[in-house]
Design a protein around this ligand. Sequence first.
Ligand SMILES: [Zn+2]
Length: 532
Amino acid sequence: MTVTLTFYGGVREIGGNKILLQDGDTSLFLDFGTSFKRRYGYFEEFLRPRPGAGMLDFLELGLVPRLKGIYRPDLLPEDLIQQYMPDSPEVKLDGILLSHAHVDHSGYISFLRDDIPVYTTAMSAFIGKAMQDSGQSDIEREVCYANLRKLAGNYLSTEKNLGLRPFCFMDNQKLSDEASAFWAKTPMVSKKLVPHPVPDSNRKVGSLPLRYFPVDHSIPGACSFALETSAGWFCYTGDLRLHGRNGKLTGQAIDGMAALHPEVLICEGTRARMESGTRHEAGASEEDVHHAALKHIRKYEGELVIADFGPRNIDRLLIFHEIARETRRKLAVLAKDAFLLEAMRLVSSQMPDFRRETDVLIYEDLKSQSKNWEKDIRESYRGKIITPEEIHRHPGDYIICFSFWDLKNLIDINPESGIYIYSSSEAHDEEGKMDFWRLSNWLEHFNITPIGLPRGKQDDPPDKWKVPQGEENLHASGHAGADDLLAIVRRIAPKILVPVHSLRPEFYREELSDSDIKVVLPEFEQSLSFSS
Ligand SMILES: [Zn+2]
């Protein structure tokens, strides 16, 4: 028997993983993420795909694989199939293995038939639901439930039903009543959430035995997968790191995969970027971030502190909560972040219960009307809502968790001075550079000092933008450094290594030339075959 892997994303790019594995009568995808690199080649803030055109824009521009049988029929009328993929192969998908809830791994699940099972952890599923419930309606973010469309004249308009995808929780979680209620709750009063039947076993996908291994990454719920194919075990790392607070988990996952003596390992290589022979950067740990941020914040007593990090990055949220305590401040978060945290807490007792903390407040932003989920959050945080006026009066009492997208709130707070701690990931593309430039303008306008923010000239290429000396260590990467990546691969010791999610996959070939591991570099839309 032959197993084939076909790479529809994650090849010479960070993210966008969409890897089709086929073995006999089983077909599945390893992640089905948004490729930001390809998408930004055509779209930006004011030039967006048209929701009313369904999949037309994505098919025309090659942002999704041209395969029959996998997409939502409501987004893909018959004439589009005829126009764009008359000769494309038909695939009957048995499932998607979702490694974690970052959009570059999960986003384009939106387009897949809403009855295809998604195998992932309960945590990744709940993060997906909270993000979708509290986000804007967006055709590219329908990971948990499909906002079904129907043809009205020439375009697609939304229907009353939301198709809840069948999520198969790998961690065997028996949901509490509260968690089940959250999962089944429709985000809109006017729409019904219609669930599809969930497969009864998470031990198999199609006819292939399946295992999962929890790992540490910059979002809770991340995991690696292993599949027993007709050509031996195939392992897929997803995104992982050893240097985070839960690095031990990753260590156990590596041991677990090594024990299978895999034929093939598909491994991430985000930080596998160094030229051969150069020193590999170790990078900051979460503890380094804690120390560095605390040191800067102490210097700004009496002034406003804004902390910018991804809201799903729970390790970072906990660090800034600790720093708030250490500097006698209160932590102000947005309602949507509190909602996300509540959702996570429903499936993990290790998540903090911020409702019980007296020093965590909800920031009251200016909104014309609040949605259902927001009313619920305000109710559970009653008496702990903080207004921009109050922050203006006592700026030194708070650390506010805002990201770039929340800067409009500064107009209401109107601070006289303060600092902005940039504790988010490094920019990988042009889009990032523009953001830094706009971000600096906002901060300058409000007399706020940036810390840890890459600086440069507007016309400089992104790699010329540098974090000034003395402002390092304010961000710890979600990905293993180059040395750790090599240690991981050597420990798992597959016969064949296929690097993905990397700008420089040949790194592995150079560094592993002295080992028995054969490194095979994938090509976009090309298949690799393996037989026993
Ligand atoms: Zn990730």
